[in-house]
Each structure stands twice: as C-alpha cells, then as structure tokens.
Design a protein around this ligand. Sequence first.
Ligand code: ADP
Length: 217
Amino acid sequence: MRKIIKYTNPKVVAVTGGIGSGQSTVCNLFQNLGCKIIDVDIKAKQIIQKDISLQRELRKVFGREIFFKDGSLNRKHLAHLAFRDEAKTLELNKIIHPRMVAEVIEEMETARFSQRYPLIIIDAALIFEISIEKMFDVLIVVYAYLEYRVKRVMERDDLKRTEVLARVRRQIPLEDKKEWADFVIDNNGTTDDLRKQTEQIYEELISDIQTEKRIRV
Ligand code: ADP
C-alpha cells in the first residue's frame, strides 16, 4: 500500500540572481526538498544540441569553432565569444531565448499537470533580462557581494577575474533585481546559512498548497 500525495495547485517559483550569487546551489537545496527544478541553462544546451537550424544560425554568427568535431557544443568557447562584446551577447540571446522560453513553458506545464510537486522551480539567471518575470507566482533573488561572487566563479569555472567581471557587466545589477524580489536569500555567509534560509522560504511557500492524499494498493 502506497500513500500518494497530489499537489493540486503548485506554485511556480523563479530563482534568480547574478552569476556566482548561489542560485544553482539554492535550486539544488529546493530539489532535495522534493521540488521540480527546471534549469534554463541546461534547457538552452539541449535546444542547441537538437535544433539543426539553430546550430546553423549560431555558426553563422560565431564561427564553426563553437562546435567540437563530434558536433557537440563547445560551451566555454561560445561563452567566451558571446560575453566579450555586447552586440554578440544580444545576438546570442535573440537566437536562443524565444525557443528556450517555449521549452521552459512546456516543461512547467507538464510538471504542473503531473501534480507531483508542491513547487516548480525555474533556475534562471536572466529572467529580467528576457522579460519573463511575469510568468511566475513567486520571485526569489539570491544575493551575494560582488567580491564573493567573483571569487566563487573564478574557482568554479577556472576563469580570470576580468572574464568574470565582463560577464557580470552583461547582467542587470543584482542590487536592482533585489528590489523586484518577493524573497531575497542572502548568500554572504556559509552554505549552511543558505540551507536554513531556503528551508524557511520553502515552509512558507508550501503552507497554503492544497494536497490530496490517495492510497494506492
Ligand atoms: P550561480 O548559479 O548563481 O552562478 P552557484 O550556485 O553555482 O552560483 O555558486 C557559485 C560557486 O560558489 C559554486 O561553486 C558554489 O558551490 C559556491 N558557493 C555557493 N554558495 C557558497 C557559500 N555560501 N560559500 C561558499 N561557496 C559557495
């Protein structure tokens, strides 16, 4: 006999921040709590991998070296080319974002329909940049001081300080995003502090979620 819980009105929550602020770490914590995570970066990668016409467009703008010989995307090289010049960043966004948004909506609706999750979390750095913030019930911004962010990304991605700062400059300032948030998670402390804040927000968000319990024999 198995007890099944159905979440009949899940919330769709966007977790955003700036590069290195700890957004992915927060999403992992939500995943451990049983939430559905839709990682927009991974989605973008999958779209590029399967969409031949999009690959053609990217090759035209960035050159054939953005793909490895086996056809897979050289993400690091594409990021390097795209972020060093603002016009190129815009071009990349124009090619990828519309398709990415469509896929995210589809996955979001599938998760909602399944009624398996109390919260559907969208892990997305650029929701304000691509103006999709209205799609969500709740907005969480993960905030950390610039110095911490730079240090963490240099370590995570093996990048130079100037490279990290160039990427930071392509994004809307985190201070502005904070103003638009329903919840701000402060990630200037330890990962344990981060976990506690995430769990607290989780409890608050699920407090009015309706559930149906069914017994399956
Ligand atoms: P984002 O997704 O916002 O770019 P991540 O969640 O990947 O950022 O965090 C950037 C890096 O910093 C990762 O390697 C992560 O493990 C580390 N990190 C995140 N939060 C903390 C913290 N509070 N203390 C130390 N390292 C952290």
